[in-house]
Design a binder for this molecule. Structure first.
Ligand code: PGA
Length: 268
């Protein structure tokens, strides 16, 4: 069974004061869910230490939004996986579309980051997704397969499944436009089938083990419907994760959709 997972991506938002206020409101809301799903909060780098302290022993994990593929050295402005590990991070986002689009990260760069995160025993969250133009040109499947293939080429298929894949259509991120359940369902199925095709001999296991989550304008109003889809194992939440009530409600929707509250889990 795949354990549901919900990750907050604060992006470049927050301050010492607002982080504290958000966490004080958020932690009691998440308490109910922390045993039945994996929960993580990814603040900007300078706040990792603060948020680690606020998370304490709640069981909610710390994550980072980016990482260098290098171990150490003359890479001004970069942060290594070792440093993130030392700060207590468990998850690291790699290849978020904002990194790919605004900072020119290629799929090969992202694959190298995936490797460095995994090498330290942390869990990489590989973000994949198509732009609106690519969708309109019927390239969605090709683009996503190439993004995943680059990671398989770098670390192998079995290692891919030690991470998490986040499907985030670029046109749905921060725009208020959510992909329809049909669109999400199709892509998530495609991802699982693609992984299965990559290793026919081990296909059953790896494609069924891999957690594939959705991100892109997930809100309290659409979370339950999206998380109820059979191939959706959770969410990567940007804007709504900055509001304790919204993120708490989204966690509740995931718990309900996955059947973890009742003990009847969605995936056998
Ligand atoms: P959003 O962002 O929820 O604000 O659309 C999701 C993400 O970029 O991870």
């Amino acid at each position: 069974m795949r354990k549901p997972i919900l990750i907050a991506n604060w992006k470049m938002n927050g301050s010492l004061q607002s982080n504290q206020a958000l966490m004080v409101r958020l932690l009691p809301r998440l308490r109910l869910f922390r045993k039945t799903m994996d929960l993580a909060v990814c603040p900007p780098f300078p706040y990792l230490f603060q948020v680690r302290d606020l998370l304490g022993y709640t069981g909610i994990m710390l994550g980072a939004q980016n990482v260098s593929s290098y171990v150490s050295g003359a890479y001004t402005g970069e942060v290594s996986a070792t440093m993130l590990q030392e700060m207590g991070c468990r998850y690291v986002l790699v290849g978020h579309s904002e990194r790919r689009a605004l900072y020119g990260e290629t799929s090969q760069d992202v694959a190298a980051k995936f490797r460095s995160v995994l090498g330290l025993g942390l869990i990489p969250v590989l973000c994949v997704g198509e732009t609106l133009e690519e969708r309109e040109n019927n390239q969605t499947r090709t683009v996503i397969e190439q993004q995943i293939q680059a990671v398989i080429d770098e670390v192998g298929l079995a290692s891919l499944a030690r991470g998490v894949v986040a499907y985030e259509p670029v046109w749905a991120i921060g725009t208020g436009k959510t992909a329809t359940p049909e669109q999400v369902s199709l892509v998530h199925q495609d991802i699982r089938q693609f992984v299965a095709r990559c290793a026919p001999e081990a296909s059953g296991d790896i494609s069924q083990e891999l957690r594939v989550i959705y991100g892109g304008s997930v809100k309290p109003g659409n979370a339950f419907e999206l998380f109820s889809l059979p191939d959706v194992d959770g969410g990567l939440i940007g804007g709504a994760s900055l509001h304790a009530d919204d993120f708490g409600t989204i966690a509740g929707a995931l718990a309900e959709a996955s059947g973890v509250l009742t003990g009847e889990c969605k995936v056998e």
